[in-house]
Ligand binder design. Structure first.
Ligand SMILES: Cc1ncc(COP(=O)(O)O)c(C=O)c1O
Length: 418
């Protein structure tokens, strides 16, 4: 059966062992095709229930509930750990990805005195680059930007070449590239950075919940990521950080907050970092956010990452096949790696008129993708709730819309959020 037949997608859905998970999410408009779960994941049905329970606890128990809440950052971190290939005690929920990047980057720089270079990818997500730029300016370090292939992302050879001077404190890259969806070779890159004496800090924002991650197995040092994408924890949800067990005693957070303090409620005279990953906590954790993260992480764990990854590869394959068949003649390039093992959970399509096409998809076709400058339409296909017919219908609506020139009829003025 050809991929261009809708019945092909229907057959894949009928055989999908994860199909039942879709009903665990709020689906308010059955006609809308949501292909932006790599930006903001859907709301799990169980989330409002748990949040309501925690709000009731707040109302009835007030401060007496804190003994039950206070360890949530570590407890939820331990729930997440297996999805990242980490052990209990290596992951903690805290702050935003941006703030966690700063904390771990500063700690890594301090841990490598005499080494003043930071390596990242010129195409890395902006917040990562800005955090390192600011840190380098403050610490008198040098930020070096790798120029890698725009679609394939940085390779181990790129990193090796950037580390030859022997002055690199740490290398930081995304595991899955936010624009192209390229999946980095974490094992090989970590190995070459270690060979050069550098630490490695991974941004897992686009991989956690979509791609199996093996932090411990590959000897990764540090990692951060968000939970509002594939982990479905909600808009602006709490992020997480990972510090490999044997590095924890050696590293210090640049923010000496009381939640990172040993024996916090002794209110000691000076800062003494808590043992373990908790030393990277800063202030009072947001209990409602932690509860939303707990629901999303449990759902992902229940589905199992191997099954999620298998479906994710099949979904992105379908998009690539339909791009080749329908969209290549309409001027759409493939902005993601063609080899399925080198892709994460989204596919980028490149087109000269990507922005008006995105607007038209939203306004005229009830398809929700997103746009990334200069020319990428990202189609995110979280396997927990995306059906094969969703992928098929999204591409079908897209090709019809472009064939009919509907994107020339919409208002394509720049927008605050793309
Ligand atoms: C790779 C990556 N890092 C970081 C972020 C955002 O960080 P924050 O949650 O601090 O805004 C994003 C957001 O999309 C991202 O894709």
């Amino acid at each position: 059966m050809s991929a261009t037949e809708r019945s092909h997608a229907e057959a894949l859905d009928a055989a999908d062992p994860l199909a039942g998970f879709r009903d665990r999410f709020v689906l308010d408009d059955p006609e809308r095709i949501y292909v932006d779960g790599n930006s903001l994941g859907r709301l799990p049905v169980a989330t409002p229930t748990l949040l309501a329970e925690r709000v009731r606890e707040w109302g009835s128990r007030l401060v007496t509930a804190w003994p039950d809440w206070i360890e949530l950052p570590e407890r939820v971190g331990d729930l997440l750990a297996p999805l990242l290939g980490a052990r209990p005690g290596e992951v903690v929920m805290a702050d935003s990805t941006t703030v966690n990047l700063y904390k771990l980057a500063a700690a890594a720089l301090d841990a490598r005195p005499g080494r003043r270079a930071i390596i990242t990818d010129a195409a890395n997500f902006p917040t990562d680059r800005y955090v390192f730029e600011g840190l380098a300016a403050r610490e008198g370090a040098e930020l070096r930007l790798l120029q890698a292939d725009a679609v394939e992302g940085p390779s181990a050879a790129d990193v090796e070449n950037a580390c030859t001077a022997g002055d690199v404190a740490f290398v930081s890259l995304q595991h899955v590239d936010y624009r192209s969806g390229a999946l980095a070779d974490m094992e090989a890159i970590t190995a070459v950075a270690h060979e050069a004496g550098a630490l490695v800090l991974w941004d897992l924002s686009h991989s956690a919940g979509a791609v199996p991650v093996r932090l411990d197995e590959v000897g990764a040092d540090l990692a951060v990521g968000c939970t509002y994408k594939y982990l479905n924890a909600g808009p602006g949800a709490l992020a997480y950080l990972y510090v490999r067990g044997d590095l924890q005693e050696e590293l210090r957070s640049p923010i000496w907050g009381w939640f990172g303090q040993r024996d916090q409620f002794l209110m000691g005279p000076g800062y003494d970092p808590a043992p373990g990953v908790a030393r990277f906590l800063a202030g009072t954790p947001p209990v409602l956010d932690l509860s939303a993260a707990e629901v999303g992480i449990r759902l992902t764990g229940e589905a199992g990452l191997d099954a999620l990854r298998a479906k994710s590869v099949a979904l992105t394959e379908l998009v690539v096949e339909l791009r080749d068949a329908w969209l290549a003649p309409l001027g759409f390039g493939l902005g993601s790696p063609r080899e399925p093992g080198r892709r994460g959970g989204h596919v980028s399509l490149r087109h000269e008129e990507a922005w008006p096409i995105c607007r038209a998809l939203l306004e005229r076709a009830n398809v929700v993708p997103d746009f990334r400058v200069p020319d990428s339409i990202r189609l995110g296909l979280p396997p927990l709730y995306t059906r094969f017919v969703d992928a098929w219908d999204a591409l079908d609506r897209l090709r019809r819309l472009v064939e009919a020139g509907v994107h020339h009829e919409v208002d394509a003025a720049p927008a605050r959020v793309t």
